[in-house]
Design a protein around this ligand. Structure first.
Ligand code: FAD
Length: 503
């Protein structure tokens, strides 16, 4: 005889159907497609979704794999393009640019980390650039692409990639996926929330009077933060003193030419501008500080600089940087913008949705809602948000720009202690604090530090145990080999056309 859990959740209610709502629904439906717990998602076409969120990082592909979704089918359905990293322009100084690629930079030389060997070579006057050894950067810069798995015996194998996606098509794809696995979708606006005497949520009430009860509620209501914010009143940790941007203007345009396999992030007078090319159009936006720039001026800068015909009127989005002090409180878990937001400079928000649900599944509660589960969940998620905040602040606090009031204020903005400690460790000997659950690995920190002109004072003494001629020879040979291997690849546009053509 089999047993069933005595206190199992019977019903999960997701309020909100943007990327957060439908990623949550898809992940839950994967578990509960054969029953065990009902899942209902409420969304309102009248309110709509934010409609941005189109650049991802490599774990997005893990999300697809965990759902059993075929990558090529997904790319075709969402008109996605490949992303090998981000090209940062004008961040350190005007006219300068660098890449933050996904994947490895070089490979270990004997027992030594590549970066330490490269630092030693630089100390000996070696002329190479760090990114000469990053397959992601070399491919991106030449607009080439091949999945690294198909280049196993080459230096390209160390690269990694993510996708640029159409947010609306992703939500549609995941909605079809979740509904096919039993998620019930309810259209309408939630106007009231009823709580139990202990303060946990009992049910939500819709504008037309319908009531939806549940054991666990997932708040995916975007910046409205209906459950975790408005109902449970969980305080907000405000980080807008460290990151000054608080507004964005966005527009979609026609594509001009083939899509490049990277996101562009160009620093502007009062923030930065992105360009994300998909197969069928491009997404563009200017993230700026409203204290330093008017809406009219921001829109003018965006419109003057986009390539191709605009497909909509530019749209403004206000945001506040920070996160709820607890993302899981009582029987409510906030996922997506309802829980917090950090400007999209490293395209991390969709990933935080996946993380939020992945951790929820790891610490999945029953109806007792043991507070230990929520405590661990909150600790892990807060660590993720803080790591991203620190990584984004790094891009700003290392700038040498002082040509506008915005950049001068950026240089005086507070830096979190956790980042100061990380930078001190790095500057001492090029060492980084890397935890098992960290989102950004050493090559990411090394790329941004080097791109922004921060190099450790010295390399680690241990590297001197390797013969220098072996290090020099490895560097001398591997960069031209990598460049030649990449030169022989199809262009990104050709690869998409051949392997993932639009249906
Ligand atoms: P929303 O899309 O706002 O969805 C909220 C849902 O809740 C909607 O379905 C709405 O109808 C529903 N709702 C709200 N209130 C009610 C109610 N009372 N009753 C019923 N339904 C309700 N992320 C990335 O990963 N990469 C990027 O490149 C990126 N770029 C961004 C650029 C900008 C300018 C901004 C602001 C964000 C960006 N993001 C990016 C973040 C990304 O857009 C979001 O994380 C993602 O779209 C998830 O949004 P959401 O589902 O939480 O909220």
């Amino acid at each position: 005889m089999t047993t069933t859990h005595p206190n199992a959740l019977r019903k999960i209610v997701i309020v909100g159907g943007g990327s957060a709502g439908w990623i949550s629904a898809a992940m839950l439906s994967h578990y509960f497609q054969n029953g065990g717990c009902a899942v209902e998602l409420i969304e309102s076409e009248e309110i709509g979704t934010i409609g941005v969120g189109e650049s991802t990082i490599p774990p997005f592909l893990q999300l697809l794999a965990s759902l059993g979704v075929d990558e090529r089918e997904f790319i075709q359905a969402t008109q996605a393009s490949f992303k090998l990293g981000i090209r940062f322009e004008d961040w350190k100084q005007k006219g300068q640019r660098y890449y933050h690629p996904f994947g490895a930079i070089g490979g270990p030389i004997g027992p030594h980390e590549f970066y330490q060997c490269w630092l030693r070579a630089k100390a000996n006057g070696h002329p190479s650039n760090l990114q000469d050894f990053a397959p992601g950067t070399v491919m991106a810069d030449q607009w080439k692409f091949i999945p690294p798995i198909k280049a196993q015996r080459t230096l390209i194998a160390g690269a990694s990639y993510a996708l640029h996606v159409d947010a609306r098509l992703v939500a549609k794809f995941l909605r079809d996926y979740a509904e096919a696995r039993g998620v019930k979708r309810t259209e309408g606006i939630v106007t009231d929330v009823v709580t139990h005497p202990d303060g946990s949520v009992a049910k939500v009430i819709m504008k037309d009077g319908r009531e939806v009860e549940g054991d666990l509620f997932i708040d995916c209501t975007g910046f409205r933060s209906l459950l975790i914010g408005k109902t449970l009143d969980v305080p907000f940790n405000d980080w807008s003193d460290m990151l000054l941007c608080d507004r964005a203007v966005v527009v979609q345009t026609e594509n001009v030419g083939a899509p490049h396999p990277y996101t562009v992030s160009k620093a502007e007078d009062a923030g930065w501008r992105w360009r994300i090319p998909l197969q069928h159009r491009a997404g563009n936006g200017y993230v700026f500080s409203s204290r330093h720039l008017s809406d009219d001026a921001a829109r003018a800068t965006l419109v003057q600089n986009v390539e191709g015909q605009m497909l909509m009127n530019p749209m403004f989005i206000a945001f506040k940087t920070g996160m709820r002090r607890r993302l899981w409180h009582k029987n409510v878990v906030a996922v997506g913008l309802a829980g917090g937001f950090i400007e999209p400079l490293e395209s991390t928000a969709l990933h935080l949705i996946y993380r939020g649900m992945d951790f929820l599944l790891r610490f999945f509660p029953d109806r007792d809602f043991d507070p230990a589960l929520a405590a661990e969940y909150n600790r892990r998620m807060t660590a993720d948000y803080e790591e991203i905040r620190d990584f984004i602040v790094l891009h700003y606090c290392t700038t040498q720009r002082d040509d506008t009031p915005f950049w001068r204020d950026v240089r005086n903005a507070p830096i979190p202690d956790s980042l100061k400690e990380r930078m001190a460790l790095f500057q001492a000997q090029g060492v980084l604090r890397e935890g098992v659950d960290d989102m950004f690995r050493n090559p990411s920190w090394q790329s941004v530090m080097e791109g922004m002109g921060v190099r450790p004072r010295r390399y680690q003494q241990l590297v001197d145990t390797a013969p220098y001629d072996v290090i020099a020879q490895t560097l001398d040979q591997s960069a031209p080999i990598l460049a030649a291997q990449v030169a022989g690849l199809p262009s990104h546009g050709e690869f998409l056309e051949k392997h993932c053509p639009a249906p």
